[in-house]
Structures are given as structure tokens and as C-alpha cells.
Write a protein that binds this ligand. Structure first.
Ligand code: IMP
Ligand code: MG
Length: 182
């Protein structure tokens, strides 16, 4: 029998997530008024955030999915980024928004932004549910931020640890509690 899963402490509740995601959706809707957007979900971690925020954006949206390699079973960044599933649609002259679950060191996002900019979109912005400002190792533009959190490893609402906890309805902390603000 496998070990029972530890129940993570609540860092950001379902209600708080829902309220902030509605705000993000409203902000994007007003910023992109009159335009069509290409919304790219960065798999796997962003899939729940993506599906929730998309339903709060009142614009014509073309959805795409892009997967990058993760850290495997580790909690620290390897610094290596590999696209494991690419999008087939051309992005040239499109208004593109990348949806990320979390920006930690910034390595993944920096790689993705330069990779996608090379495809000559009309504009490219990034929306990340979570950002860990103290963990950033490079300057990276995050245009829409859900919550700024401390450096502790978090799980739930799409985010995993070793493939587990993605289905948790809140953002939890495996090692105790921390603060969140935005
Ligand atoms: P970065 O390249 O270090 O910014 O890391 C980005 C990716 O690492 C995210 O898209 C997540 O998949 C993963 N990651 C970073 N921090 C966490 C965390 O606290 N919990 C779960 N996944 C994380
Ligand atoms: Mg991710």
C-alpha cells in the first residue's frame, strides 16, 4: 500500500483564487477590447487556472496548448527547458497571451518568451497565477500577476509535486504556512 498523501496547509483559498481570477479576466477583457487573442496554456501546471480565467475573459479567444519539461521529481529548477509539445498555429501578427501557473526562477518563462517572440506576434504578454519574486534569477516581464508568494514550494490548483496534488482546489503549502498578497 502507498503512503497516504499529506494534506497541505491552505495558502490561497478557493474563494480567494476565484475572486482574483475574475479580476484578472476583467482586466484582460478591458485591455484587449476589440481584439482577438491567442491564449496559450503552458502545460501541465496551468490547465486549471487557464480554464477558469478563460471563462472570465469576454473576447474572441483562440486557445493553444504548449508543454515544457518540468523539474522531474525535484523541487528546484534544473535550468533546462525543453518544449515537449509545440503549437502548430502560426502566431505572426496575433495578439498572444501566455498563461503560466507559476514563475519561480523565471528561466522557463524567459525561454518561452524568446521562443515565441521569434514567431513575430503582434504582441506578447504573460499572465501568471503565481510569482515568487524572491526566487527570480533573471528579469522577466509578467504583465498580469495573480498573487506574489514567498519562496516555499506550493501545490494544488494544477500545480504538482512529483505528479501529485494537481486536483487540490486551493493552493497549498507542503511544508507549513506562508503569506500571499498581490
Ligand atoms: P522557473 O523556470 O524556475 O520559473 O519554474 C517554472 C516552473 O517550475 C513552473 O511552471 C512550475 O511547473 C514549476 N514550479 C516552480 N515552483 C513551483 C512550486 O512551488 N510548485 C510547483 N511547481 C513549481
Ligand atoms: Mg509550469
Amino acid at each position: 500500500m502507498s503512503e497516504p498523501l499529506k494534506k497541505p496547509a491552505i495558502l490561497i483559498s478557493e474563494e480567494t483564487l476565484e475572486a482574483r481570477i475574475a479580476e484578472l479576466g476583467a482586466q484582460i477583457t478591458s485591455d484587449y477590447e476589440g481584439r482577438e487573442i491567442v491564449a496559450i496554456c503552458i502545460l501541465k501546471g496551468s490547465f486549471i487556472f487557464f480554464s477558469d480565467v478563460l471563462r472570465k475573459i469576454d473576447l474572441p479567444i483562440h486557445t493553444e496548448f504548449l508543454a515544457v519539461s518540468s523539474y522531474g521529481d525535484k523541487k528546484v529548477s534544473s535550468g533546462e527547458v525543453k518544449v515537449t509539445l509545440d503549437i502548430n498555429e502560426p502566431l505572426e501578427n496575433k495578439h498572444v497571451i501566455l498563461f503560466e501557473d507559476i514563475v519561480d526562477t523565471g528561466l522557463t518563462l524567459a525561454y518561452l518568451q524568446s521562443n515565441l517572440k521569434a514567431r513575430r506576434p503582434a504582441s506578447l504578454k504573460t499572465c501568471s497565477l503565481l510569482v515568487k519574486p524572491e526566487s527570480l534569477r533573471m528579469e522577466v516581464a509578467v504583465d498580469y500577476v495573480g498573487f506574489k508568494i514567498g519562496p516555499a514550494f506550493v501545490v494544488g490548483y494544477g500545480l504538482d509535486y512529483a505528479g501529485k496534488y494537481r486536483g487540490l482546489p486551493y493552493i497549498g503549502n507542503l511544508d507549513g504556512e506562508a503569506d500571499a498578497d498581490h
